[in-house]
Design a binder for this molecule. Structure first.
Ligand SMILES: [Zn+2]
Length: 295
């Protein structure tokens, strides 16, 4: 699958993100940046957003200037793609069942803060996997949000502490700071898309199912091929209908193709961004009065 030299660009394809992306493109053109796509492109759009915020903060949504906190508001504020985080809690760099895949030393950004319920849910899910499978490695956790939320490089969401990237498990543990491999590939002989053999279905089903059963979890984004693979695996391996339904209902497939009508020469996103991790999105928590699920 497509790899960027650094980490993959973690876009997923929704009208909301296309709007946000067009903002980034406009910013890049306005400030004379190249149109190279990838992390640098996103970073330039982030800078543009900051500058635009400073010039005309009153024109922005009630979430306020991204990355700054508003007095009186608590928890997650604003939208996943335009929000801030108040009293965010850091995910420990390593625990008995999880570790940060991109600790501050390699990402330069401390994007490991989340709403306290999100951080607790990540630790719970990791604990569950290891209770079921004591031989499974610790769960690698990617980006959450910045300490105060707002835009972070390589993402359009992850702004209000309610999104977290959790990487799939394989027998050989992923090293911190290393790029995760894609678990979807085209078989060179048959030409058909398939899941790579190092994807451990039992561990990854339990990981996804543990998040899906959490009442605070809204959606889990996953590569389309991996979703289908996990569903079939669960049917064949005696997973109860109740667990299968509850899990599959929350797994939202992201396919390796651009949105319908998109011209490939103008498309800048990674076509298959969730082939190495799940992106877990949480509902607005009760303590977060300024949180919105719609833009
Ligand atoms: Zn994500």
């Amino acid at each position: 699958m497509t790899h960027t030299p650094a980490r993959k660009v973690l876009f997923y394809l929704t009208p909301m993100n296309l709007i946000a992306r067009s903002w980034g493109v406009a910013g890049a053109v306005f400030f004379g940046q190249g149109m190279g796509g990838g992390p640098q492109h996103v970073a330039s759009s982030v800078r543009s957003l900051h500058l635009i915020s400073l010039i005309g903060a009153f024109m922005l949504a009630p979430a306020g200037v991204a990355g700054t906190t508003t007095p009186g508001l608590t928890g997650a504020v604003g939208h996943y793609s335009k929000g801030t985080l108040h009293q965010g809690v850091p995910l420990p760099i390593a625990g008995s069942d999880h570790y940060q895949l991109f600790p501050t030393r390699c990402s330069k950004h401390a994007n490991h803060f989340g709403h306290k319920k999100v951080v607790a849910a990540v630790q719970d899910a990791a604990r569950r996997v290891r209770q079921h499978y004591p031989k499974a490695p610790r769960v690698p956790v990617g980006d959450l949000s910045h300490r105060r939320g707002g835009p972070i490089p390589e993402h359009l969401s992850h702004q209000n502490g309610l999104d977290v990237d959790v990487y799939f498990l394989r027998r050989r543990p992923l090293l911190p700071c290393a790029e995760a491999p894609s678990y979807e590939r085209r078989n060179p002989t048959t030409g058909r898309w398939e899941v790579t053999p190092d994807f451990v279905s039992s561990w990854n089903w339990t990981l996804a199912a543990s998040f899906a059963r959490h009442p605070g979890v809204k959606t889990i984004f996953i590569g389309g091929l991996l979703r289908r693979h996990l569903g079939r695996w669960a049917t064949r391996h005696g997973i109860s209908k109740k667990e299968r339904r509850a899990t599959m209902r929350k797994l939202h497939a992201v396919y390796c193709r651009p949105p319908r009508g998109t011209k490939m020469d103008t498309y800048r996103g990674n076509l298959c961004p969730h082939d190495d991790h799940i992106h877990v999105r949480f509902h607005c928590p009760k303590d977060s009065k300024g949180c919105r699920t719609r833009r």
